[in-house]
Design a protein around this ligand. Sequence first.
Ligand SMILES: NC(=O)c1ccc[n+]([C@@H]2O[C@H](COP(=O)([O-])OP(=O)(O)OC[C@H]3O[C@@H](n4cnc5c(N)ncnc54)[C@H](OP(=O)(O)O)[C@@H]3O)[C@@H](O)[C@H]2O)c1
Length: 287
Amino acid sequence: MRVLVTGAEGLLGSVLVKRLTGEHSVVGVGRRLLDVTDRRAVDEMVRMVQPELIINCAAMARVDACEANEEQARRVNADAAGYLADAAQAVGAEMMHISTDYVFDGRSSRPYTHEDATCPISAYGRSKLLGELNVASACRKHYIVRVARLFALGGSNFGSRIFDLISKAAIENVPLEVFAYPVSQATYVPDLVDRLAEIAKWHDYGTYHIVGDGLAVGWDKFAEIAAGLMGLKLSVKVVEYEQKGLIARRPLYTALRCLKSEKLGLPPMRRWEEALQAMYAEWKKVC
Ligand SMILES: NC(=O)c1ccc[n+]([C@@H]2O[C@H](COP(=O)([O-])OP(=O)(O)OC[C@H]3O[C@@H](n4cnc5c(N)ncnc54)[C@H](OP(=O)(O)O)[C@@H]3O)[C@@H](O)[C@H]2O)c1
């Protein structure tokens, strides 16, 4: 299959390109090769590559940057997703669009399914929801894949750097500052890309919720489990987002359940705690 991956230099996009290359003919384009907000460039790229599947990993994913500039968030996360979906439809391609648990308000007391009502409470969530709607209305053969709390070695977010952060706190003998929410399921990027590749084989379009199996936790519990793997007793200091000048509202609880995967008979994803252990083994080799 010819696959075009946008946002190919990001956390998810870079791992996805590596995973699909070999099995598929993959063109991965980062922002320097394709700014997805440039409609003409999107059309030209899609006409040139003639993909059978477009996977959109390009996003303005920093929640507080979106809050500070909602217009730009809308351009990248919503308008551009629509351009890609239009272009996919024009060449008869499928489109897989990566979205987020932040389309929910976090007030549920049970895992969200795709049948639950969306109600974003941040500029990021609103722009991502609009992106989903643009994709669904423009491209008939679409997958919307909502994911949450991504982590992988080499990433720059808290989950990806957890072992470095814990080491540093231990060396400096200071508590690790953590946010207690959202309470959500962490998702190991290598596991996620395997599942995306699997889903693409089924051609069963619609909305998927793909997260690591296991308990939904805050960053405090996530850090505690990571420290346990390192054989360290961690002291954590729970901080509020506002104390750190972070302005976006976050949903409190966003565990997800995937009815589509259950219907297809796909096995549950690996538990994120086990995946974290796998990442720790990798971290020990390079640290
Ligand atoms: N990370 C998470 O925990 C998480 C959780 C839920 C959902 N998601 C979703 O998962 C997807 C992948 O996220 P990620 O963590 O891989 O984010 P990421 O590392 O920030 O990757 C996004 C990529 O998109 C690029 N990009 C931004 N604006 C662009 C533009 N106008 N044209 C082309 N590329 C552009 C970014 O480039 P620059 O770096 O140059 O800006 C970056 O390389 C996103 O849809 C995100 O909303 C992520």
